[in-house]
Design a protein around this ligand. Structure first.
Ligand SMILES: [Zn+2]
Length: 448
């Protein structure tokens, strides 16, 4: 095993890796607008000797960086996009850098860089061991709108990979054996007719009524779908004044479920309800499909190898200052420790979504987390933005990079692992080949 070479290489690049993570933190960019993150990440990978292509799959901010030769091909799934309204300083009380601005409240500045670190460490270890194989870093945009990887998959960017790893910064060190839901994201636009709401309402056809009746219908539908289905909405347009019958209204929906089949089935029923609402109100319905993603398909064989890697990869202890920072963020929450120190297997299903599922339906893969924020941090929260710009987040990132390098080496140097992982993958996907949930005619957003 050549993991010590990988660890030493990651350590020698550590300053540059941390600088990149902090630069992305300081310049948070939204989905499909990650120009700087993409440029800086590509630059570092070029410097490290990778053959780098940006704009892959017709997506300006997507990267494919590869090194090595032959099989197996190891895919590392990096991300870098930020969240709106999540700007926050590195401190233990809520204070924005820029009020209402973007922020790394999901820690994707750490996420992308950990995969870069793993790729760089692994390259060195493979160079010295002479072991055959190819390491590919994928810079995947727009995870926060859950469509980046599906658009990349539609363009066949992930074709040819044999296995993949997806790290996410979290509040614990854990390997995910459960399933995270997939989803469809879509807008229901209704078009009616304006009229004076008091004077001649009989001449009006209310688009807002159609939105409300759709939502009422879907709220009744909840009783007749499996309890694992999630349907949620916001009304993005609902008229301009109470005395004008609204001629335009819109609701934006997510439908989530643990299988693609169930997503499609419930989606069809939701559209029937919307059509019914249009009929009831004399309005017209236009469905704008924004995208979709697969549920995750974490591979158990690879999960065990990743668990082992997380237990063995070197990890620096938390400093007193880091523990205090985390404890202050946790406040009076009753927690076993301010920052996680163990390694756990996470078996339960989760009801958020990630587009990592799309890639995991193309090749066997595993998702895992390392502790990069306080244990009590809620998801998509200013506390995560704070930790993602702090040394504790960077520590979790370097640990993740080393674990992913060790995991990759284990799989590449022991072909029987991949054989077993592929067998499991084939059994789970038999008769259900990956079909991109985003139809060919839908353009990638923000490419102007
Ligand atoms: Zn995330």
């Amino acid at each position: 095993m050549h993991e010590q070479i990988a660890y030493a290489e990651i350590d020698s690049w550590r300053e540059k890796l941390e600088k990149l993570a902090l630069a992305i933190w300081e310049h948070p960019e939204g989905p499909y607008r990650e120009e700087k993150a993409c440029e800086w990440t590509a630059q570092l990978l070029r410097e490290a000797g990778f053959s780098v292509e940006t704009g892959v799959g017709g997506i300006r901010t997507a990267i494919r960086a590869s090194w090595g030769k032959g099989k197996p091909v190891y895919g590392l799934l990096g991300e870098y996009d930020a969240l709106p309204g999540m700007s926050q300083k590195v401190c233990t009380h809520k204070e924005a850098v820029q009020e209402g601005g973007w922020g790394q409240a999901c820690g994707h500045n750490l996420l992308g860089v950990a995969h870069v670190g793993a790729a760089i460490g692994l390259k060195k270890a493979l160079e010295q061991s002479g072991c055959e194989g190819t390491v590919v870093y994928f810079g995947c945009p727009a995870e926060e709108v859950l469509t980046g990887k599906a658009f990349m998959a539609r363009a066949h960017v992930f074709d040819g990979i044999d296995f993949c790893a997806a790290f996410h910064p979290g509040s614990m060190n854990d390997v995910n054996f459960g399933t995270a839901t997939g989803l469809n994201s879509f807008k229901l636009h209704f078009k009616g007719r304006t009229a004076h709401a008091g004077g001649d309402p009989h001449n009006g056809r209310s688009a807002l009524d159609a939105v409300e009746l759709t939502n009422v219908g879907i709220n009744y539908l909840r009783e007749h779908v499996p309890t694992t289905v999630r349907m949620h909405y916001v009304i993005t347009e609902g008229g301009v004044a109470p005395n004008i019958v609204p001629d335009k209204a819109c609701a934006w929906y997510f439908v989530r479920a643990l299988t693609r089949e169930l997503i499609d089935e419930v989606y069809a029923r939701v559209l029937d309800i919307a059509r019914g609402a249009a009929q009831m109100t004399g309005t017209e319905l236009e469905v704008e499909f924004l995208g979709g993603c697969y549920p995750t398909l974490n591979n158990r064989v690879l999960g065990e190898v990743m668990y082992d890697a997380l237990c063995k990869a070197p990890r620096e202890p938390w400093s007193k200052e880091e523990l205090e920072f985390a404890a202050q963020l946790n406040g009076n929450k009753d927690l076993p420790e301010p920052l996680h120190t163990g390694v756990v297997k996470f078996e339960s299903d989760t009801f958020g979504s990630t587009d990592v599922g799309d890639v995991q339906h193309i090749a066997p893969g595993i998702a895992f987390d390392t502790a990069c924020c306080n244990m009590g941090a809620p998801g998509h929260h200013w506390q995560i933005t704070a930790c993602s710009g702090h040394s504790l987040g960077l520590k979790g990132t370097i640990y993740a990079a080393k674990a992913m390098a060790l995991f990759g080496l284990n799989v590449m140097e022991n072909p029987e692992i991949l054989e077993k992982a592929k067998k499991e993958f084939e059994e789970k996907t038999a008769g259900k080949p990956y079909v991109c949930p985003i139809p060919a005619e839908i353009p990638v957003p923000n490419q102007d």
